[in-house]
Ligand binder design. Structure first.
Ligand code: GSH
Length: 216
Protein backbone atom coordinates (compact mmCIF):
# COMPACT_ATOMS: atom_id res chain seq x y z
CA UNK A 1 0.00 0.00 0.00
CA UNK A 2 1.42 3.36 -1.05
CA UNK A 3 1.29 6.83 0.39
CA UNK A 4 -1.92 8.87 0.26
CA UNK A 5 -1.84 12.64 0.70
CA UNK A 6 -5.11 14.26 1.71
CA UNK A 7 -5.32 17.86 0.53
CA UNK A 8 -7.73 20.76 0.11
CA UNK A 9 -8.58 22.94 -2.90
CA UNK A 10 -5.45 23.49 -4.97
CA UNK A 11 -6.48 27.07 -5.71
CA UNK A 12 -6.45 28.10 -2.07
CA UNK A 13 -4.84 25.52 0.22
CA UNK A 14 -1.32 26.72 0.82
CA UNK A 15 -0.66 24.19 3.56
CA UNK A 16 -1.66 21.37 1.20
CA UNK A 17 0.56 22.71 -1.56
CA UNK A 18 3.72 22.47 0.54
CA UNK A 19 3.99 18.70 1.11
CA UNK A 20 2.43 17.98 -2.30
CA UNK A 21 5.19 19.95 -4.06
CA UNK A 22 7.84 18.47 -1.74
CA UNK A 23 6.82 14.87 -2.49
CA UNK A 24 6.29 15.44 -6.21
CA UNK A 25 9.55 17.35 -6.71
CA UNK A 26 11.43 14.64 -4.81
CA UNK A 27 9.97 11.94 -7.05
CA UNK A 28 8.13 10.20 -4.20
CA UNK A 29 5.05 8.35 -5.49
CA UNK A 30 1.73 9.06 -3.78
CA UNK A 31 -1.99 9.09 -4.42
CA UNK A 32 -3.99 12.16 -3.53
CA UNK A 33 -7.43 12.65 -2.07
CA UNK A 34 -8.80 16.16 -2.49
CA UNK A 35 -11.48 17.20 0.01
CA UNK A 36 -13.05 20.59 -0.77
CA UNK A 37 -12.63 23.03 2.14
CA UNK A 38 -15.34 24.97 3.97
CA UNK A 39 -18.26 23.27 2.23
CA UNK A 40 -19.96 22.15 5.42
CA UNK A 41 -20.16 19.28 7.87
CA UNK A 42 -19.93 16.35 5.43
CA UNK A 43 -16.53 17.30 4.03
CA UNK A 44 -15.29 18.31 7.50
CA UNK A 45 -16.20 14.81 8.69
CA UNK A 46 -14.24 13.32 5.76
CA UNK A 47 -11.17 15.22 6.96
CA UNK A 48 -11.79 14.20 10.57
CA UNK A 49 -12.02 10.57 9.46
CA UNK A 50 -8.37 10.87 8.36
CA UNK A 51 -6.85 13.20 10.96
CA UNK A 52 -7.99 14.37 14.40
CA UNK A 53 -6.68 17.86 13.56
CA UNK A 54 -9.66 18.32 11.23
CA UNK A 55 -7.31 20.10 8.84
CA UNK A 56 -5.48 19.25 5.66
CA UNK A 57 -2.90 18.23 4.66
CA UNK A 58 -2.53 14.75 6.11
CA UNK A 59 -0.41 11.86 4.87
CA UNK A 60 -1.52 8.25 5.28
CA UNK A 61 1.20 5.61 5.06
CA UNK A 62 -0.36 2.27 5.99
CA UNK A 63 -1.08 2.41 9.72
CA UNK A 64 0.70 5.72 10.12
CA UNK A 65 -1.06 9.06 9.70
CA UNK A 66 0.93 12.29 9.78
CA UNK A 67 -0.71 15.69 9.72
CA UNK A 68 0.56 19.23 9.50
CA UNK A 69 2.61 20.29 6.48
CA UNK A 70 6.05 20.45 8.04
CA UNK A 71 5.61 17.19 9.96
CA UNK A 72 4.69 15.49 6.68
CA UNK A 73 7.84 16.77 4.98
CA UNK A 74 9.93 15.64 7.97
CA UNK A 75 8.29 12.21 7.87
CA UNK A 76 8.88 11.87 4.13
CA UNK A 77 12.53 12.89 4.56
CA UNK A 78 12.96 10.13 7.16
CA UNK A 79 11.02 7.54 5.16
CA UNK A 80 12.87 8.33 1.91
CA UNK A 81 16.36 9.37 2.99
CA UNK A 82 17.67 9.36 -0.58
CA UNK A 83 15.01 11.75 -1.86
CA UNK A 84 16.97 14.87 -0.95
CA UNK A 85 14.20 16.70 0.88
CA UNK A 86 16.79 18.22 3.22
CA UNK A 87 20.42 19.07 2.38
CA UNK A 88 22.98 16.38 3.25
CA UNK A 89 25.34 18.86 4.93
CA UNK A 90 24.41 19.22 8.60
CA UNK A 91 24.80 23.00 8.75
CA UNK A 92 22.80 23.52 5.55
CA UNK A 93 20.16 21.09 6.84
CA UNK A 94 19.85 23.06 10.07
CA UNK A 95 19.50 26.24 8.02
CA UNK A 96 16.84 24.65 5.77
CA UNK A 97 14.88 23.49 8.80
CA UNK A 98 15.15 26.93 10.41
CA UNK A 99 13.73 28.81 7.45
CA UNK A 100 11.06 26.15 6.95
CA UNK A 101 9.97 26.41 10.58
CA UNK A 102 10.08 30.21 10.28
CA UNK A 103 7.71 29.97 7.29
CA UNK A 104 5.45 27.64 9.22
CA UNK A 105 5.18 29.91 12.26
CA UNK A 106 5.53 33.43 10.86
CA UNK A 107 4.49 35.98 8.25
CA UNK A 108 0.93 36.24 9.51
CA UNK A 109 0.34 39.68 7.98
CA UNK A 110 1.43 38.60 4.50
CA UNK A 111 -0.63 35.44 4.77
CA UNK A 112 -3.69 37.38 5.92
CA UNK A 113 -3.46 40.23 3.40
CA UNK A 114 -2.27 38.24 0.39
CA UNK A 115 -4.13 34.95 0.50
CA UNK A 116 -3.15 32.42 -2.14
CA UNK A 117 -5.81 32.48 -4.85
CA UNK A 118 -4.23 31.21 -8.04
CA UNK A 119 -7.22 32.33 -10.14
CA UNK A 120 -6.94 35.94 -8.96
CA UNK A 121 -5.88 38.31 -11.79
CA UNK A 122 -2.37 39.58 -11.07
CA UNK A 123 -2.46 42.91 -9.32
CA UNK A 124 -0.82 44.82 -6.49
CA UNK A 125 -2.76 45.98 -3.44
CA UNK A 126 -1.95 48.31 -0.56
CA UNK A 127 -0.25 46.37 2.23
CA UNK A 128 0.29 47.10 5.91
CA UNK A 129 3.72 47.88 7.32
CA UNK A 130 3.65 44.44 8.94
CA UNK A 131 3.10 42.71 5.59
CA UNK A 132 5.87 44.79 4.01
CA UNK A 133 8.17 43.71 6.83
CA UNK A 134 7.24 40.06 6.17
CA UNK A 135 8.10 40.55 2.49
CA UNK A 136 11.44 42.13 3.37
CA UNK A 137 12.28 39.26 5.70
CA UNK A 138 11.37 36.64 3.08
CA UNK A 139 13.49 38.40 0.47
CA UNK A 140 16.40 38.44 2.93
CA UNK A 141 15.95 34.71 3.64
CA UNK A 142 15.92 33.84 -0.05
CA UNK A 143 18.84 36.13 -0.94
CA UNK A 144 20.95 34.70 1.86
CA UNK A 145 20.26 31.11 0.76
CA UNK A 146 20.77 31.77 -2.94
CA UNK A 147 24.06 33.55 -2.22
CA UNK A 148 25.38 30.95 0.22
CA UNK A 149 24.39 27.82 -1.70
CA UNK A 150 24.58 29.16 -5.26
CA UNK A 151 20.98 28.52 -6.38
CA UNK A 152 19.00 27.95 -8.43
CA UNK A 153 16.93 26.59 -5.52
CA UNK A 154 17.34 27.73 -1.92
CA UNK A 155 19.83 25.00 -1.05
CA UNK A 156 21.12 24.28 -4.55
CA UNK A 157 18.89 21.35 -5.45
CA UNK A 158 15.12 21.57 -4.98
CA UNK A 159 13.96 20.38 -1.55
CA UNK A 160 11.67 20.79 1.42
CA UNK A 161 12.51 24.45 2.03
CA UNK A 162 11.49 25.39 -1.52
CA UNK A 163 8.25 23.51 -1.03
CA UNK A 164 7.55 25.38 2.22
CA UNK A 165 7.91 28.69 0.34
CA UNK A 166 6.07 27.57 -2.84
CA UNK A 167 2.78 29.30 -1.90
CA UNK A 168 4.77 32.47 -1.18
CA UNK A 169 5.97 32.34 -4.78
CA UNK A 170 2.31 32.46 -5.82
CA UNK A 171 1.71 35.37 -3.44
CA UNK A 172 4.66 37.36 -4.81
CA UNK A 173 3.50 36.63 -8.37
CA UNK A 174 -0.19 37.23 -7.80
CA UNK A 175 0.15 40.45 -5.80
CA UNK A 176 2.88 41.79 -8.13
CA UNK A 177 5.34 42.25 -5.30
CA UNK A 178 8.40 44.07 -6.69
CA UNK A 179 11.46 41.82 -6.97
CA UNK A 180 14.89 42.04 -8.55
CA UNK A 181 18.13 40.12 -8.93
CA UNK A 182 18.44 36.77 -7.18
CA UNK A 183 14.89 36.92 -5.78
CA UNK A 184 13.42 37.51 -9.27
CA UNK A 185 15.49 34.61 -10.62
CA UNK A 186 14.26 32.39 -7.81
CA UNK A 187 10.62 33.24 -8.51
CA UNK A 188 11.15 32.40 -12.19
CA UNK A 189 12.91 29.13 -11.31
CA UNK A 190 10.13 28.02 -9.01
CA UNK A 191 7.42 28.83 -11.51
CA UNK A 192 8.87 26.42 -14.08
CA UNK A 193 9.53 23.62 -11.59
CA UNK A 194 7.37 20.76 -12.96
CA UNK A 195 5.80 20.03 -9.55
CA UNK A 196 4.90 23.71 -9.08
CA UNK A 197 3.43 23.89 -12.59
CA UNK A 198 1.45 20.71 -12.15
CA UNK A 199 -0.15 22.02 -8.95
CA UNK A 200 -0.83 25.41 -10.54
CA UNK A 201 -2.44 23.97 -13.66
CA UNK A 202 -4.70 21.79 -11.54
CA UNK A 203 -5.61 24.83 -9.41
CA UNK A 204 -6.53 26.80 -12.53
CA UNK A 205 -8.78 23.94 -13.64
CA UNK A 206 -10.75 24.10 -10.39
CA UNK A 207 -14.08 25.90 -10.45
CA UNK A 208 -15.00 26.00 -6.76
CA UNK A 209 -15.02 29.52 -5.33
CA UNK A 210 -14.63 30.05 -1.57
CA UNK A 211 -16.12 33.53 -0.97
CA UNK A 212 -14.12 34.24 2.19
CA UNK A 213 -10.88 33.95 0.17
CA UNK A 214 -12.10 36.34 -2.52
CA UNK A 215 -11.71 39.50 -0.46
CA UNK A 216 -10.64 41.74 -3.29
N1 GSH B 1 -0.46 24.12 10.58
C1 GSH B 1 -1.24 23.35 9.62
C2 GSH B 1 -2.33 24.21 9.03
C3 GSH B 1 -3.39 23.39 8.33
C4 GSH B 1 -4.58 24.24 7.89
O1 GSH B 1 -4.84 25.32 8.47
N2 GSH B 1 -5.27 23.75 6.87
C5 GSH B 1 -6.48 24.43 6.38
C6 GSH B 1 -6.44 24.53 4.86
S1 GSH B 1 -5.03 25.35 4.20
C7 GSH B 1 -7.70 23.59 6.68
O2 GSH B 1 -7.65 22.39 6.67
N3 GSH B 1 -8.84 24.23 6.93
C8 GSH B 1 -10.10 23.51 7.04
C9 GSH B 1 -10.81 23.73 8.33
O3 GSH B 1 -10.26 24.37 9.25
O4 GSH B 1 -11.94 23.26 8.42
C10 GSH B 1 -0.28 22.77 8.57
O5 GSH B 1 0.84 23.26 8.45
O6 GSH B 1 -0.63 21.81 7.88
Amino acid sequence: MGLRLVIGNKNYSTWSMRPWVALRAAGIAFDETLIPLYTGEADKQRILAVTPSGKVPALVDGDITVWDSLAIIEYAAERFPGAGLWPTDQAARAHARSISAEMHSSFAALRRECGMNIHRPIGAKALSAEAEADIARIKAIWTDCLTRYGGPYLFGKVGGADAMYAPVVHRFRGYAIPVAGAVANYLATMQVLPAFREWTEAALAETIVIPRFEDD
